[in-house]
Design a protein around this ligand. Sequence first.
Ligand code: SRM
Ligand code: SF4
Length: 536
Amino acid sequence: MTDTATTPKASLNKFEKFKAEKDGLAIKSEIEKIASLGWEAMDETDRDHRLKWVGVFFRPVTPGKFMMRMRMPNGILTSDQMRVLAEVVQRYGDDGNADITTRQNIQLRGIRIEDLPHIFNKFHAVGLTSVQSGMDNIRNITGDPIAGLDADELYDTRELVQQIQDMLTNKGEGNREFSNLPRKFNIAIAGGRDNSVHAEINDLAFVPAFKEGIGDWVLGGGEESSTHQKVFGFNVLVGGFFSAKRCEAAIPLNAWVTAEEVVALCRAVLEVYRDNGLRANRLKSRLMWLIDEWGIDKFRAEVEQRLGKSLLYAAPKDEIDWEKRDHIGVYKQKQEGLNYVGLHIPVGRLYAEDMFELARIADVYGSGEIRMTVEQNIIIPNITDSRLKTLLTDPLLERFSLDPGALTRSLVSCTGAQFCNFALIETKNRALEMIKGLEAELTFTRPVRIHWTGCPNSCGQPQVADIGLMGTKARKNGKAVEGVDIYMGGKVGKDAHLGSCVQKGIPCEDLHLVLRDLLITNFGAKPRQEALVSSQ
Ligand code: SRM
Ligand code: SF4
């Protein structure tokens, strides 16, 4: 039984009230009607909230031009799917564009509500879905971006991610079982040694780990035997999240599961969260708040009860022992004669023409497959050695480089004030301009990961960056101006941990000099003039 059912109606917050009145997913069967009514005439709660259950977001900054958030399991799509997305945004001329998101996903912009039936038909024809991608639903499920390509991978995450999405969304059609969670929910599966999905910042994450001392007969039985067989599986992390109020890295559930058990464990964790998660205060509704209230042992026991069996204890160590790779450039695949290339997409922004071009290069040089990373970049896999040479001369690589500068390479930015009404500052354009200036002045011996985020919601993950910049209101000469709080010390890959705030309220107009100093003092950057003299 859900908490909504037991909590008196008067104490429910406004989100719980409207969800109790009409399930968000009910909007799916009303799309034709809404399309003919238009955005100005439709019910406001449907427009501002329930449409997010089909991935459609009203944008107060650009009223009438909606954003559409897709689902891209493991960040993978085909060239045909990319062309369909390109056609959708092309229709909106200057208003139409797309962003690759920090969850290996794509968001489309400029969408008119009257076109929704047509757009959903187009999606259906090529197997795309945007269902349950916003509000109190499970976000895009991330997996290793080079799954199935990497000679060093421990597990190919693709099928598992797809299975979880299919279970949770009823194969993309929508699933009422999970359409009323207390809050959003993030799931990630790491398959390689470098944790390229930021497992630690997800509500539920699986990291590769070998378990010794279990026999085949107990797998699934929950008991441990004394055999010394080493079996592959995942240690389970829970409760990682960022919010304006609080940010926490995920903690161990002290459980280890085989790949075959992952889907069932996702279901069990989500059922426990759905039915017991805190719903009175939305600032305290993410999974970690429930774990705090119960303690991890009770939470684990409740999950076991849903699962209908005991969980094995976590393996003593996981297999995340590499520094994180960024996948930009050309790399050999595990398949003889094949390569993948990682293209840098500046702050993840794409226009229709770019999307058609990416589909073209995936078809011409690769196998028609396109992948995305949580750094908002693109990977084209399966390029034969013989085609690679020609690809390297393709004019698209002038726009989407294989070898960008040391700051450009790792730049990540959330949407910011251009389209997001939570934003306290403009992010994407400012981020690009600022690093261009810094790269012109400084030389670097290694990439520095700079993440921008327009407000404390932290969609741009400043806490995982070498330098994280979070939008805020600052003061300069007695006036309120756009500013940032600076985060440092975020570590990704092996021994990942979150960075913390080191300086507050820097006006954006002074930021260039502050960043310049930080880069010189902390990251070994050198002014170009000085670097030139010392190399003579
Ligand atoms: Fe986010 C809300 C954009 C990843 C934490 N996020 C929003 C909204 C929907 C707010 C709004 O209605 O305007 C933003 C839409 C702006 C727009 O028009 O694009 C938005 N979030 C994004 C994206 C597009 C940022 C990006 O440029 O990549 C990312 C979409 C991911 C996806 O494909 O689903 C995105 N958001 C994240 C992440 C990063 C992650 O998942 O690794 C976080 C922090 C991790 C987490 O959730 O624990 C994040 N977004 C939030 C929050 C704070 C959640 C909380 O518990 O308080 C909000 C506000 C909310 O949910 O109330 C939010
Ligand atoms: Fe919008 Fe804030 Fe998220 Fe940026 S961090 S996309 S400004 S909600």
